[in-house]
Ligand binder design. Sequence first.
Ligand code: HSE
Length: 336
Amino acid sequence: MRIILCGFGVVGQSLVKLFDSRSEDLYAKYGLKPRIVGVFDSKGSAVDSSGLDLEKLVETKKKHGSVRNYSNSKNKMSGIDMIKNLEADVLIETTASNYKDAEPGMTHITMAMKKGMHVISVNKGPLALAFPSLLELATYNQVLLKFSGTVGGGTPILDYAKDSLRGERITSFAGILNGTTNYILTNMANGLTFESALKDAKDKGYVEADEALDLDGLDAAAKLVILANWIMGMKVTMPDIKCTGIRKVTTEDIKKAAKKKCAIKLIASCNKELEVGPKEVSIDDPLCVNGTLNAIAFTSEHSGTQTIIGKGAGGMETASSILRDLLDIRQETAKN
Ligand code: HSE
């Protein structure tokens, strides 16, 4: 399987390490031979249509801060030229999410699909702003668009609701979909101020480069959009979400909730409305997880409420979701 990798940050590098360490078993168990033929980051690119050396890619990035120095060739392709001109089967989009115009991910994804490539996106921006039209574009071009890592990272939340609950009618769901704000609220409940909890989260590398995406609820809202479209069949985008972040949550609010055996959590919910906002949750509710954990409770017509809990972020965790999507693409295309 020939792959173009867009973006070479934590997730991209983790994916390459995962492929490198699992190459024998991926082939033996699943017949999967991922061959990365092109990678680009914000500073440059590396190309080899017979497959890039994975160890060398990671070393080059570590040493030079970009894959640009992978080879001495002066003819460096831009990311756009790579998608236009390099033959590949799958494009993996890992550049940073933005909820203004979803670029550059939107261009990468649409160009690749128009060229007949299957796409795996862990970038939430394009899906949050244009989910219905991206799915239409995939159908029109007869390619697969996979995005299992956009919600829950390595925890297969989308697959659980779509596949494990097949035949069921999910009537509502609610969850903690942002690890950073959960970490901050957990630490505030343990006595830290908002400012010091935020600083601690930043020091640990949890907070997005643009902290507003976490703190103002945009990251959770993007995940809610993806869930609502994929699980509930709605056709919604970011402006359809009523969204409040955690900046106004005070230590007093948290103490008051604790007296009622509750904790304040940033909850994304789909009931009558699509909403993200701080809510009191009973500490006995399985949804009430702490630290950077994510949790989501699906309520269905016949099988009641089930809660799934797991890590919602992290390089290797998200890389494992990309592997899941690749295996699905392999299986679904083998049928044709
Ligand atoms: N900033 C996100 C979070 C990363 O904290 O959950 C994963 O989408």
